[in-house]
Every structure is written in C-alpha cells, then in structure tokens.
Design a protein around this ligand. Structure first.
Ligand code: SAM
Length: 210
C-alpha cells in the first residue's frame, strides 16, 4: 500500500495509548497485558478494518495489529476510536516479531492481502517467505495457526509450498472464500476492493513439527 506521507502521523502514533511503544519490553507478558488467554496477531493491518472488526467480533480474545508504514499505522490507530484493553497495536516491521513475542506466546497469526512482491529477487520480503515462517514457528503456541487471505493466486501458490516445506499443516482451504456467507470473518479494506473482481483465496495452517 503506497500512500502520501501524513504530517500528523508521527505525533499521532507517539500519543496513542493503543500503540505499544516499546513492544520488546512486553515479551512474554502479552497475555497479562491484554488480560486474555489467547492472542491473535494481524501482520500488515493496513488501515485497520480487519484488526478493529475482529477485535469487536471476538472480544474474548486478545488482538494485536502490526503495521510498518507510519502513515498507514496512524490511520489505523485513528480509526480505533475506543481504547480496549484487549486490542493493541505495534507500529513496526514484523521482521522484528521474535524480539517482541516470546516462544509460544501467540495463538493465531493473520495475513490479509500481504504485498505479493512478484519479482523473485524480492521474495524474502513476502510475509510468507521462510525467513518469516521461522519466526512465526517460534512465537506460535503448539497448536497455533496461521490464517491467510489473498486475491493473488501466485502469492497463494507460493505460500502453500513455503508453509508445506516448513512443516506447517494445511487444515482448511478456500479457492473462492466470498462465494459463501462468512459472518465469522471480517472483510479487510483490500478484500472489499478485490472481492468484486475475482476469487478470494483463504487457507488455515496448523503449526507442525519442524
Ligand atoms: C496490501 S496491504 C493490505 C492491508 C490490509 N491487510 C488489507 O487487507 O486491506 C499490506 C500491508 O502490509 C504492510 N506490511 C508489509 N510488510 C510488513 C511488515 N514486514 N511488517 C509490518 N507491516 C507490513 C504494508 O505496509 C501494507 O500496509
């Protein structure tokens, strides 16, 4: 997602009580901070519709949104009008995720419409590249899951192989997720844009051996 830099973004993030300013200091204590038994993390929230919507739909769970672009993060934080103990945000690059979360601290990781980085030379930037999977594997609980949605068939195909090679076990797959009602799942900004144009792919993986 490319967007014009917002001048107010840095101050807005600095003053936000929803944003967790030094996430590494909470490593190992997120369940306590959010006062929840199970923690879900969305990586690459964009403007926040999914993170905010899911935290409203499932208030019994902890919800942490992560976004690395300053202006986009500020828009997501501004959209989150209320402070809820169970919904927090990290403005930062998920490449550092293993510095923020302790081993087995997270129950579910959500990846929605992640940047596809189509050129092979950029594949390390994909959020489903083995570089990230290694970190996800560490922070996920023993029966932890990863849930991915995308409109990008090539990214979906790549991810299936990458997860498989890493020992994640495919539990559920949809090749046209929005052809049926799915009230249990919130539509993200990108999803709203792309669901009229073609199928939405969705898969759920369970952490495997490795
Ligand atoms: C294509 S947008 C999708 C936004 C939203 N998930 C949706 O479905 O509408 C991908 C977002 O992921 C963010 N992102 C990409 N790599 C990231 C990383 N390593 N850490 C945190 N955010 C990242 C980008 O800045 C961008 O806002």
């Amino acid at each position: 997602m490319r967007m014009r830099r917002l001048k107010w973004a840095a101050d807005f993030i600095a003053n936000s009580e929803v944003n967790v300013h030094e996430p590494e200091t909470y490593k190992g204590t997120w369940r306590k901070l959010l006062n929840k038994e199970h923690i879900h993390v969305e990586i690459g929230t964009g403007k926040g519709d999914y993170w905010i919507g899911m935290s409203k739909l499932y208030p019994e769970l902890g919800w942490i949104g992560i976004e690395k672009q300053e202006s986009v993060a500020a828009l997501a934080l501004r959209k989150k009008e209320t402070f809820d103990e169970h919904a927090r945000f990290i403005y930062g690059d998920a490449a550092n995720i293993d510095a923020w979360f302790a081993p087995k601290e997270i129950d579910v990781i959500h990846l929605n419409f992640s940047d596809p980085w189509p050129k092979n030379r950029n594949k390390k930037r994909r959020l489903s590249n083995e570089r990230f999977l290694d970190k996800y594997h560490q922070i996920l609980s023993d029966d932890g899951q990863i849930i991915m949605k995308t409109d990008n068939r090539k990214l979906f195909e790549y991810s299936i192989i990458e997860f498989q090679n890493f020992g994640f076990v495919l539990e559920e797959i949809f090749l046209d997720f929005r052809s049926e009602e799915h009230d249990e799942d919130v539509i993200s900004e990108y999803e709203r844009k792309f669901m009229e144009e073609g199928p939405i792919y969705r898969a759920v993986w369970k952490k495997g051996g490795k």
